[in-house]
Design a protein around this ligand. Structure first.
Ligand code: PEP
Ligand code: MN
Length: 264
C-alpha cells in the first residue's frame, strides 16, 4: 500500500512554499471554525500570524449537523481567505464537502481539508486525489485507524502524494467531551505510515479549556502539527464558539508549545 511504512521508509515531508509539514518543525493551523465576514477573518488572520502560526484555517463550506444551521459563506468566504493570505503570507487550509467543488476550493486554498463526516466519501477522496493540492484528511467520527488509512489510500491511489492525517476525536460513551481525542493514533499513524499527522484538540474535546493540555500532549506524542480553532470573540462565533480559544489563550498556547516542541 502506498501509505505504508513498508512501501516508503522515510517520513513524507509536505512542502508548501517555505512551510514544511512532517519535518522537524511543528506547524500550527489556527483560525475560526467558519469564515463569518471579511472583518472577522482579516482580524483573526492578523492574530494567528502574530502568535506564530504559518497556516490559517477557516471553513467556507461547513458540514453542519442541521441543515438549518449556518452553512458557510462559500466562494465569498474563499475570497476572504485568499485576501488574508495576501495580507499575512499565511497559508490557507479550508474544507471541501462536495466533489463538484474541489476545483473551486483548490483555486483559493493551499491545503484541502476533508472533514470527519466525509472520510469515506469515496467520490470526494478520488476528486481531491486528482487535485494538485495537499490534503488534510480528518478521521471519521467512528472510523478505525485501518479505515482511516485506507481512506488516505484512495487519495494516494489517484496520484496525490501529499496527504496528512488529522486526528480529531472519535465517538465513545463519554459525554463530558464532544469527542474522545485518541492521541494513541499519533504514534500508530507514525508506525504504520510515512505520512504526517496533525491533531485537532478543538473538535477532539469540544471545550476550549481542554485545548491547551491536549495540544501539548499531542506534540509530546510526536504529532507534526495542530489545527486549532481561535476566534476574536468566541461567544459570538457562528459555530464552535465553546471550543474556540480567545486570542490571548492562543498566544499563551503558542509560547508553551515551543517548550514542548524543543523537548521532543
Ligand atoms: C472543522 O474543522 O471545522 C470541522 C467541521 O471538523 P470535523 O470534520 O473534524 O468535524
Ligand atoms: Mn469547527
Amino acid at each position: 500500500k502506498l501509505a505504508s511504512r513498508e512501501f516508503k521508509k522515510e517520513d513524507t515531508v509536505i512542502t508548501i512554499g517555505d512551510v514544511k509539514i512532517g519535518g522537524k518543525e511543528i506547524q500550527v493551523m489556527a483560525g475560526p471554525c467558519a469564515v463569518e465576514s471579511r472583518e472577522q477573518l482579516l482580524e483573526v488572520a492578523r492574530l494567528a500570524k502574530k502568535g506564530g502560526a504559518r497556516i490559517l484555517r477557516g471553513g467556507a463550506f461547513k458540514p453542519r449537523t442541521s441543515p438549518y444551521s449556518f452553512q458557510g459563506l462559500e466562494e465569498e468566504g474563499l475570497k476572504y481567505l485568499a485576501e488574508a493570505r495576501e495580507q499575512t503570507g499565511l497559508l490557507i487550509v479550508s474544507e471541501v464537502i462536495d466533489p463538484r467543488d474541489v476545483e473551486l476550493v483548490a483555486k483559493y486554498v493551499d491545503i484541502l481539508q476533508v472533514g470527519a463526516r466525509n472520510m469515506q466519501n469515496f467520490a470526494l477522496l478520488r476528486a481531491v486525489g486528482k487535485a494538485n493540492k495537499p490534503v488534510l484528511l480528518k478521521r471519521g467520527i467512528s472510523a478505525t485507524i485501518e479505515e482511516w488509512i485506507m481512506a488516505g489510500e484512495y487519495i494516494l491511489a489517484e496520484g496525490n502524494e501529499n496527504v496528512m492525517f488529522c486526528e480529531r476525536g472519535i465517538r465513545t460513551f463519554e459525554t463530558f467531551t464532544r469527542n474522545t481525542l485518541d492521541l494513541s493514533a499519533v504514534p500508530i499513524i507514525k508506525q504504520l505510515t510515512h505520512l504526517p499527522i496533525i491533531v485537532d484538540p478543538s473538535h477532539g474535546t469540544g471545550k476550549w479549556k481542554l485545548v491547551n493540555a491536549m495540544s501539548k500532549g499531542a506534540i509530546a506524542c510526536g504529532a507534526d502539527g495542530l489545527i486549532v480553532e481561535m476566534h476574536p470573540e468566541p461567544s459570538e462565533a457562528l459555530s464552535d464558539g465553546p471550543q474556540s480559544l480567545k486570542p490571548e489563550k492562543y498566544e499563551e498556547l503558542m509560547k508553551e508549545l515551543q517548550v514542548v516542541a524543543s523537548a521532543v
